[in-house]
Design a protein around this ligand. Structure first.
Ligand code: SAH
Length: 222
């Protein structure tokens, strides 16, 4: 999978400087971030910047999230081997690959058909058979495989889409950026004994979740 040793050195530096130093402690999450070749998930002209401390463009006006944001969402979702995980906003497929490295079986939904196809091809090429990329509106979740032990939404929403709460398993965790178009707060929602509990995590800035249960189509002409 790895051709260039410089990338694995950059990846190690990313884990130490951007993740460990900022308080990501979960060893399994750190190991997954150390393993997944992030440079394979960006456009060739972005490879030199693949391990930088920021989001990067992936085409179609979308971005792959900053490494710290991927690690902190993954840690918050407390993924266990064998979990069924749903990601909304497949983008490049990078976050889905991290979830798969933790032993989850992953459904990831992407509304943009060309990004979905790229992510599907890439994940197959890199050897992630336990990730299923679906093209569609993830603001409605994905009922065929529900309920999910973890749901990660990697686009910003004005509110928590009700279908996602319905599709969360007992004991399940939902991680979702909630706010306006410019700034959101990452929320962690647990379902326990059929009740929901919420906790605010970091402030963040995601591209908008566009769909029936989130921002209207006209917010983003694509
Ligand atoms: N997790 C991605 C980055 C996500 S960027 C990665 O690891 O690369 C956010 C993505 O959400 C964009 O690709 C955008 O097209 C997608 N998106 C926005 N609204 C959506 C919706 N309703 N359903 C599915 N995908 C959506």
């Amino acid at each position: 999978m790895e051709q260039n040793p410089a990338f694995s050195l950059q990846r190690r530096a990313m884990v130490e400087q951007q993740l460990c130093r900022r308080g990501i402690r979960d060893e399994r999450v750190l190991a997954a971030m150390l393993k997944v070749p992030r440079h394979e998930f960006v456009a060739p002209e972005q490879r030199a910047a693949a391990y930088d401390d920021r989001p990067l463009p992936i085409g179609e006006s979308e971005t792959i999230s900053q490494p710290y944001m991927v690690a902190s969402m993954t840690a918050a979702a407390r993924i266990l081997a064998g979990d069924k995980a749903l990601e909304i906003g497949a983008g490049s497929g990078y976050q889905a690959a991290i979830l798969a490295e933790l032993g989850a079986s992953v459904v990831t939904i992407e509304r943009n058909p060309s990004l979905a196809q790229c992510a599907r091809d890439r994940l197959r090429r890199l050897g992630y058979p336990n990730v299923h990329v679906v093209t569609g509106d993830g603001s409605e979740g994905y009922p065929p495989d529900a309920p999910y032990n973890a749901i990660l939404v990697t686009a910003g929403s004005p509110r928590v889409p009700p279908p996602l709460l319905d599709q969360l398993a007992e004991g399940g965790r939902l991680v979702i950026p909630i706010g306006d178009l410019h700034q959101q707060i990452l929320q962690l929602i647990f379902k326990r004994g059929g009740e929901l509990a919420r906790r605010d995590l970091d402030p963040c800035q995601f591209v908008p979740l566009v769909g029936k249960q989130a921002w209207p189509e006209k917010i983003r002409p694509n």
